[in-house]
Ligand binder design. Sequence first.
Ligand code: F6R
Length: 366
Amino acid sequence: EKGGYDHFMLKEIYEQPRAILDTFRGRMLANDGIIRMAGVDDNIEKFLNANRIIIVACGTSWHAGLVAEYVFENLVRIPVEVEYASEFRYRNPVITANDVVIAISQSGETADTMAAIKLAKSKGAFVFGVCNVVGSSISRETHAGAYTHAGPEIGVASTKAFTTQITVLTLIALKLAQKKGTISTSEFHAYLSEMDAIPAKVEKTLQSDNHVKTIANIYKDATNFLYLGRGYNFPVALEGALKLKEISYIHAEGYPAAEMKHGPIALIDEQMPVVVIATRKGHYDKVVSNIQEIKSRKGKIIAVVMQGDKTIRKIADYVIEIPDTLELLTPLLTTIPLQLLSYHIAVMRDCNVDQPRNLAKSVTVE
Ligand code: F6R
């Protein structure tokens, strides 16, 4: 049932090209420049007239929500807030009938997310679900939704759910941007054809597996890790750190790279591996100077870069390449080596990768 893989997590990491394809197949017709998603199309006025979008979720799904915040704001020019469902539900939040709430949940059973949905509905908001499990409680409680087509995710650490959530949310943003005219027709077409190319690029990214394993072996005994990213890849840094914490029990923190100088840089010494996502199109020069600041304090740099990068290769201890793509779509690629890194470190540390201690696949209690 693990399809020849040692663990479900690894199988699910490797399923991502297919999972992403399954998630946009039939919805996105790249050649014709069409995105159709019944849940969005049937409620298009609600989305287009929304004052703002509030995204509620927990854990990895919350990280997908953060990526979506950058995507929606950039493409659709609509304010987005991303909330931990557990905080939102107890905060007496300001919600109106002109808000669209998007709830993201792989399992569709997370208690806090469910409670946030009920609260939003009671205030008259339109609530849209992005779930993986068909017929789950959240998919039934929401007014409309779009499923991720990741297939069953068995490993407790979420992998393919994350990338397919980003895929669905990006499709929605592109659809709305096209309708609203907030991006040009040529940009719209460029995004569609690049999205179409993503499964093959994820496949290509997976080829770094052995190289990532070598890096894992070097840093497997570290007691702390930092993960840094900016823009679209700031949430990926958070997600990379969460994966490492969950399955290898190594303390890790994700930060926006520029926040380093406001505190975390004090942690840097020769014992500290720092994973930096440094794609060429995302504030590249600034990330390069962040890397230099870390190096001058003897930190170890593992950089995720775009293929052909020369600048960072010279200063980083290790680089992992991803294929070139549009910056907005890079999280779908930069996430992959971080998943593999946490996986290999956990295996090397003899951890129970698929069933980490203290964790459950669906958190149905608050
Ligand atoms: C992380 C992880 C958890 C879940 C969170 C939300 O790998 O598995 O952080 O992402 O419990 O779960 P769902 O998406 O099912 O609501």
